[in-house]
Design a binder for this molecule. Structure first.
Ligand code: S3P
Length: 435
């Protein structure tokens, strides 16, 4: 696919429902009593894998519309052993969160994933679940995973890495544990959508600034969940508006959970013009309309403590920094190496190919920004949806455009991405002729 340089991005758009929350709403809805109606569900390849998984486990999911679902839950311990392995596709969140729930079910469950997911670390969830008494095997530390559910005992667990997926797996397993509350201590605050939804579902949850505890539950019910727009899907559009001169973009109904919006603050430090209107609550999460207008940017440093709040947006930060005056640095982000691709290597190599001055470090990158358009050229998504979106935005802001290889992978999180780009910048996207 070809992405042409554009003069500006202008307009008002919305993005699909949050992927993290959509996974959680379906997974938790499936172990509730009764029906959970989910509106503004973020439909994507990842979240469709979650629907398929809970169906295979015995929950009924009615798809009433492209973005509204009704999940008929089986109750806390009602999952049945499926006849085939559960295919988590590309979705790390699905595999890790589901492992936490399956640890408390009766039966033997096998979880498999695609090539990328099968290369990602899974001992990080297996270890704490074993401490709770679960029998769980990885394949050399990776998927396929085999979970033999049974009785669990509470733990207090300090996360060795800042991971919301690991935290969530332990908290979900804690619903089935005996002996009182299960506590997760987080060295740095990571996204808290699981605990918010568990509270909405009636679970007893206690939060302190550095920890979260969940008590074993008798039953959960979640009548309706409205999913706010995905900040991580809004992020490419926000960065595009910040770096392409003359742009003015508003994204409506975006989730603004403070544990997800680090990119907004970093862009503000860099001199971006950002305004948030109509702050409100959507589905128990802070949300609002975000407006970004282009401006001249200066470089910034992202420290290890800030990383979890913009983890999935760091590739886009690198692009913004490439257009900003002066040096930018990201530290403490070695987790990027175990995402859908090695995102340190992918970002550095792909941005260099189109003219950026960026180099990799062990745990991040260093960028020498130049406040002008990058040359452009070929970008390969490497099968990673966030790298594909990075390449597309880089193309809009470039001099010569970008030939984006493997563009289809955006469907992992944001199937309508190119249509939304075309809404903000007509003529920007050229599909290859059908063969
Ligand atoms: C996610 C948590 C983060 C994030 C991922 C989604 C989640 O991963 O990068 O895209 O839904 O909990 P880690 O838990 O591995 O940090």
């Amino acid at each position: 696919m070809r992405i042409e340089p554009v003069a500006a991005l202008v307009g008002h758009v919305a993005v699909p429902g949050d992927k993290s929350i959509s996974h959680r709403a379906v997974l938790i809805g499936a172990i509730c009593d009764g029906e959970t109606r989910i509106s503004r569900f973020g439909r994507s390849a990842d979240t469709e894998a979650t629907i398929a998984a809970v169906r295979a486990l015995g929950a009924e999911v009615q798809e009433q519309d492209v973005d509204s679902l009704a999940v008929r839950g089986v109750g806390l311990r009602g999952f049945c052993e499926p006849s085939e392995p559960l295919n988590c596709g590309n979705a790390g969140a699905l595999m890790r969160l589901l492992a936490g729930i399956l640890a408390g079910q009766r039966g033997r469950f096998e979880l498999v994933g695609d090539e990328s997911l099968s290369a990602r670390p899974m001992e990080r969830v297996a270890e704490p679940l074993r401490l709770m008494g679960a029998r769980i095997e990885t394949t050399g530390g990776r998927a396929p995973l085999v979970v033999e559910g049974g009785s669990l005992t509470r733990i207090s667990y300090e996360l060795p890495i800042a991971s919301a997926q690991v935290k969530s797996a332990v908290l979900l397993a804690g619903l089935f544990a005996t002996g009182g509350e299960t506590t997760v201590i987080e060295p740095l605050p990571v996204r808290d959508h699981t605990e918010r939804l568990l509270e909405l579902a009636g679970a007893r949850v206690r939060r302190t600034p550095r920890s979260v505890s969940v008590w074993p539950a008798e039953r959960l019910t979640l009548d309706g969940v409205e999913v706010p727009g995905d900040f991580s899907s809004a992020a490419p559009l926000l960065v595009a508006a910040a770096i392409v001169p003359g742009s003015e973009v508003t994204i409506h109904g975006v989730g603004l959970n403070p544990r997800r919006t680090g990119l907004l603050e970093v862009l503000e430090h860099m001199g971006a013009r950002i305004a948030v209107y109509n702050r409100r609550s959507i589905g128990g999460e802070p949300a609002g309309d975000v407006e970004v207008r282009s401006s001249e940017l200066v470089g910034a440093t992202v420290s290890a403590a800030e990383v979890p709040r913009l983890l999935d947006e760091l590739p886009l930060f690198a692009l913004a920094a490439s257009h900003a005056r002066g040096e930018s640095v990201v530290r403490g982000a070695s987790e990027l190496r175990v995402k859908e691709s090695d995102r340190i290597e992918a970002v550095v190599e792909e941005l260099r190919r189109i003219g950026a001055h960026i180099r990799a470090t062990r745990d991040g990158f260093r960028i020498r920004g130049v406040p002008t358009r990058l040359r452009g050229g070929i970008v390969d998504s490497r099968g990673d949806h966030r790298v594909a979106m990075l390449g597309a935005i880089a193309g809009l802001a470039s001099r010569e455009g970008v030939e984006l290889e493997g563009a289809d992978v955006v469907g992992v999180s944001f199937p309508g991405f190119f249509e939304v780009l075309a809404q903000l910048a007509p003529e920007s996207v050229h599909y290859p002729p059908a063969t």
